[in-house]
Design a protein around this ligand. Structure first.
Ligand code: FNR
Length: 381
């Protein structure tokens, strides 16, 4: 099929990826209202067309945490990428590396830190969840540091997992024996035998490394679901600081008061995010939450934003609303599932071209030129 936009990868992934994995990425929590609003609120923001200002020296590069990025974009942490393509984390990381942007490895990756970090030339970012097993957290931080990871993305909006009804219908969540039944029927050898199904334990990412043994997918999921920790508080940030002295980004901020606390507790950045509509349904879209957060902390801390970004125009919109950079989630998962590393590379090219057109026609030559002036204030029309 013809791939013109990154959205086409969604259709391609739907054909190629096993249904329960496609819906795991595509779906959100509860009635999926926030998931839908993330996309519609962003696309409803009108860009302000300006012309005749010589845009021949366009530049999409930025600097972030001492790193040079070819565009203001990083890959968001996404768990289980190795189930969307064989050794999927490595494929996505290589694509990001080739295109000059950071890749963030999820805590719950299929490939461990030690496999992905050496596969790329630029430093990897690492995402950490707070888990009851603090020994795991400490071990993961030490391993991330030893592997040369540059930035820590500390995700704080998962003290308890939101219910994903779509996953219950597809068999992705529910009794383990149901998951095992579905996995045993799997006909996709490129991912199936990598993740310890058919009763055969396999090396499953950072958890296997920590446990020092191979485990099966059901043990992995069992370990994880018992381990989310509702006791998480700002004190955990201080604890993490004992083991991590590099840049730290707090992911899952949706309120200006929490953004101010992140500044107070010495974070280097925040990700304005509702986890792609996968946690508390009914909360604000990131696009609607971002302006008041930017008013509260812009300049004091780096602001990243994600949730609902599906093309380069959306990146420009988020920057105009106050973000310094964006994270891409589903957009790259679909591309990875549909076409592996080459798909993710192409997705970056598509985004970059779209950004360039949006910058040219809003008359913004560089990223730091993009302000709310790039948007039409619809309330005044
Ligand atoms: C995620 N996300 C996520 N976040 C995180 O901090 N750790 C993780 O392991 C995961 N895993 C994960 C799996 C899948 C399949 C998806 C789709 C998302 C959330 C992710 O980092 C990001 O916040 C959202 O994906 C952004 O929303 P969009 O762009 O996907 O709409």
């Amino acid at each position: 099929m013809i791939i013109a936009s990154a959205n086409d990868y969604r259709k391609a992934a739907k054909r190629r990826v096993p249904p329960f994995m496609f819906h795991y990425a595509d779906g959100g929590s509860y009635a999926e209202q926030t998931l839908a609003r993330n996309v519609s609120d962003l696309s409803n923001i009108a860009l302000r067309q300006r012309v005749l200002k010589d845009m021949s020296n366009l530049n999409t590069e930025i600097e972030l945490f001492g790193e040079k990025l070819s565009m203001p974009v990083a890959l968001a942490p996404v768990g289980a990428l190795g189930m969307y393509a064989r050794r999927g984390e490595v494929q996505a990381a290589k694509a990001a590396d080739k295109k000059g942007v950071p890749f963030t490895l999820s805590t719950v990756s299929i490939c461990p830190i030690e496999e992905v970090a050496p596969a790329i030339n630029r430093p990897m970012w690492f995402q950490l969840y707070v888990l009851k097993d603090r020994g795991f957290m400490k071990n993961a931080l030490e391993r991330a540091k030893a592997a040369g990871c540059s930035t820590l993305v500390f995700t704080v909006d998962m003290p308890t997992p939101g219910a994903r009804y779509r996953d219950m219908h597809s068999g992705m969540s529910g009794p383990y024996k149901e998951i095992r039944r579905i996995l045993q029927g799997a006909t996709h050898p490129f991912w199936a035998w990598d993740v310890g199904i058919k009763g055969k334990p396999h090396s499953l990412g950072n958890v296997s490394k920590y446990m020092g043994k191979e485990i099966g997918l059901d043990d992995y999921i069992g370990w994880l679901t018992q381990n989310f920790d509702p006791s998480i508080s700002w004190k955990d940030l201080e604890w993490i600081r004992e083991f991590w002295d590099g840049p730290m980004v707090i992911k899952g901020i949706l309120d200006p008061e929490d953004a101010k606390d992140a500044v107070r507790f010495g974070a280097d950045g925040i990700v304005v995010s509702n986890h792609g509509g996968r946690q508390l349904d009914g909360v604000l879209s990131s696009a609607k939450a971002l302006p008041s957060i930017a008013d509260a902390v812009k300049g004091d801390i780096k602001i990243l934003a994600d949730s609902g970004i599906r093309n380069g125009l959306d990146v420009v919109r988020m920057i105009a609303l106050g973000a310094d950079a964006c994270m891409l989630g589903r957009a790259f998962v679909y591309a990875l599932g549909a076409a592996g590393q080459a798909g993710v590379e192409n997705m970056f090219d598509i985004f970059n071209k779209e950004m360039r057109v949006a910058m040219t026609l809003t008359s913004n030559q560089k990223i730091s030129d993009i302000t709310r002036e790039a948007l039409v204030d619809l309330s005044k029309i």
